[in-house]
Design a protein around this ligand. Sequence first.
Ligand code: GLY
Ligand code: MN
Ligand code: MN
Length: 436
Amino acid sequence: MNPKEFSRRRRQLMRMMGRGSIAILPASRVKIRSRDVAYAYRQDSDFYYLTGFTEPDAVAVLVPGRSNGEYLLFCRERDKLRETWDGYRAGPKRAISEHGADDAFPIADINDILPGIIEQCDRIYYTMGIYPDFDQQLIGWVTALRNKGGNSGHRPDEFIALDHPLHDFRLYKSRAETAAMRRAAKITARAHKRAMSICRPGLFEYEIEAEFLHEYRRNGVCASYPSIVGSGANSCVLHYTDNSRQMQDGDLLLVDAGCEYDYYAADVTRTYPVNGRFTEPQRAIYEVVLEAHQAAMACIRPGGLWNDPHDAAVRVVTRGLKRLGLLKGPLQKLIRSEASKRFFMHRTGHWLGMDVHDVGDYKIADQWRVLEPGMVMTVEPGIYIAPGMRGVPRRWQGIGVRIEDDVLVTRDGHDVLTKDLPRDPDTIEALVGSAL
Ligand code: GLY
Ligand code: MN
Ligand code: MN
């Protein structure tokens, strides 16, 4: 992403904070997988959003109006030996020349430098509770300033939650952000098609997952969350990630997988018959979910409410389940009593962005949020009929269907970022096994 994008974001935040404020953001920690092996490092989304800096052991500081520099970065020093083992480090000098910091210091010196800068400020913008060790460090600095100053010394006397304004900024995607999300959606759609094309009875779920990993890595991206590849009864487990079962003739397969391109996620689900032909009950459920998906999609436009797509999807799913005899009673009563929740137990979508379940409030002052251009959300109705579900005839059991797409709210409606990937059941049937 262009460095100007990060500097624009910092300016936007600093304008909101005003003079006399300081924002402090620690980088994400390295997480150990086992003994001396770490998980793949992923920068903290808020930290990356404002810095574009991808290294651990860093702290970003924003001080609007500070004459000696408004954007300070504490980071690891260059170290020939460590870099031989673990790879490149920018170091403070390049943090300035290449990463846009006004000034930069070794992270080891933060105790000596940062308290003196905090001391000059009235308000601290900081997100508590994400990095407990750093919380303690910051509280220690502020406490020391209090003890030192008595009644005469200057010190900040206000803590403000940084995540609140920052997450509201992140909810509205810029042109650069939607470009990244389009790319994530395109690669993801290609991976889904690739998986469909090789799908057949006898394969293991992990062989489907492997198609995603192959398509992701050949495009230099990674998964934005662990792929969910659930066949047969596993299609009814919402966050199934074992992906270990051998797929059988007659199974339905639910695949929920998306990649992350340049820190922006796609989140996409398709459900299809392993052998390329829906059974009659599978197709009946599929068509109800597809109709719910269309009804939800039709509500997405500026001025609509966040909850409209969900309400629309619930109405269609309830009506469909009643038509199929899976719910009984007057329709309005079934809708009011949320009878469909037994089969459709999650919401119809969520914000999407740097995080899969992205940040941003869904309500403002207890009212559902009004949709505005630049917001990106998923649309993902589903019906899940787990084996053994009480009062449900056997022919429906073991059918789990979800259809999930990524949608950008535009000035005059919406744009489906994942439109390259078919949803129509006939087209899906034609795609399954097409490479065999
Ligand atoms: N992949 C998680 C979700 O669909 O929300
Ligand atoms: Mn989702
Ligand atoms: Mn998903």
